[in-house]
Design a protein. Sequence first.
Length: 278
Amino acid sequence: MNHEIGDPNVHVTLEMVRDAFVRIGAKPDDVVMFHGSLSSMGTVDGGVTTVYDGVLAATAPHGTVAMPSLWYDGTKERENPSLFDVNTSPVYVGALAEGLRLDPRSVRSNHWTHAVGAIGERAEELCADHGKFGPRPSPWSDTAFAHGSPWQKLIDWNALYCFIGVTMRVCTIKHCIEGMLLEHVLEHVPEDKRLEYRNLQMHDCKKQAYAWPFFNGERLQQILTDEGSFVTTKLGSATLGGIRTKTLVARALEIIEGDMESWLNADFIAWRQKCLEA
């Protein structure tokens, strides 16, 4: 994970975390999802717990803080879903995410590739029944970003989606948006042929996709920043940015579907054409 280089001479307190998240829009009883680098902030007094508690203070009295809790790292050793243990399998995406998993207050959704961990009022509700209904296409399984997943709940609840010292290059929820792009194309295919055309687009969890609509998250971030919907402030020596999930999803779909040729790969464009001609 690429991240900003922090200044260890800068000390960050719980109050600084709280105030920074309030500045970018955190409200009482909010749900906040974030990606982040601990070291990018400088020296965080009290370690990872200070960050979680700062977000909870910003969303008091009934707020929730969440992070991706990803175990599958693309290696051969972790390709078998049965090896994942929701209680013990470590997170590979940094000290903040692993620290949240280890926090005794936290809960974690049961998914081998794209689990979510959370603490707070709606943590149990957010993490429950990951992928139990409403499959949505993804390279990692159609349950990862299903309509019945924490990722969809974050959209439905209009969560504040944030980044500490990192950019939208690591925006996990964008894979949910990519699945929506594919779903929108399949809506043009007669229902009795959708599985056939879905299979033309098959891919695997190594991201060797024939026609998966990956898009550039940092490019999208710049557009959203210019529009004013992606807002930033400083948290220690790190940049803290955030946007509401409903705005993120709606604008991403509008921007990309309005100019697919400049955003998406040629294989996806060719597959889309086949679907339109079905």
